[in-house]
Design a protein around this ligand. Sequence first.
Ligand SMILES: *Cc1c(COP(=O)(O)O)cnc(C)c1O
Length: 343
Amino acid sequence: MEKKDLDWGSLGFEYRVTDKRYVSNYKDGAWDEGTLTSDDTITLSEDAGVLHYSQAVFEGLKAYTTQDGRTVCFRPDLNAERMVDSAKRLEMPPFPADRFIKAVEEVVKANEAWVPPFGSGASLYVRPVMFATGKVIGVKPADEYQFRIFVTPVGPYFKGGAKPIVVKISDFDRAAPHGTGNIKAGLNYAMSLHPLVIAHDEGFAENIFLDAKTRTKLEETGGANIILIDREGTLVTPKSDSILPSITKRSILYVAQETLGMKVVEREIPISELHEGKFVEGGLCGTAAVISPLGIINDHGKEIKFESGMEKMGPVLQKLYDTLTGMQSGAIEAPAGWIHEIK
Ligand SMILES: *Cc1c(COP(=O)(O)O)cnc(C)c1O
């Protein structure tokens, strides 16, 4: 397989049209058999449900080349399951999990020339998305949908090492109790853009949102979960029904406990504990960066400074990062089923 002639290491995180995408349409109560297509555009009715009542959910995962030259994805079964959960919450017909995995395989295979080579630090970002194409004017779920997966090559998240970031506690809420914070829906992002633009204007990399009910407990950022290391070396992560269940975080918790023998606690975390200096390291986790170290959290002018500092990731998070990325690249043996080969 001849790879595309790209400068893989200098790619950013941007959309680029690749050769093939997978499309299946839902009509008359059933998903059609699905197909690969070269058409990167979509023609919609002006009355399509997605345009009005925002029935849209998505996923994000990566395909990449391992040390020994295989093309693989990391735990696509969990993306498939999560998309089923997301769809159900928005009254959309779930795309069957087994078909989701097959579709990921097909589309990655069809774009193998776009899968960056091992060692480049780049990967092929896989974006499944599903939205209402059916016409709605009265408020109700649409009766037609499209499921689509496209891919785009993306560069290394950190060019030249992971530098700790400065983030702020937001005055906006991300997700209400019993709302949609725990599903991967575009609507959760739409309303986070305004706070994100404000945070960027103020010089912060990200917003940390607190729980909407009491505004005292940590939840997550717009697109990544939070992990903390306390003074005893325990990994502590916020527990809340309005946090999106990150696959990266779930994998990190498993690796911490099972591979590294660390203590792991999922519990409510009052922001006051951070002001008291209970935690020495902090990080954001998600598919894009795996772990992005936190340097400072600015809580309305009061700075919470992690002792790991502003130069590099703290030692415990670095160990977790190295172990998980080692499993992903094939240098360290991963738990059964985590590395999904595309044949
Ligand atoms: C996608 C997402 C994450 C990260 O999830 P991963 O499965 O690890 O990529 C975290 N928070 C939100 C709100 C997300 O949408």
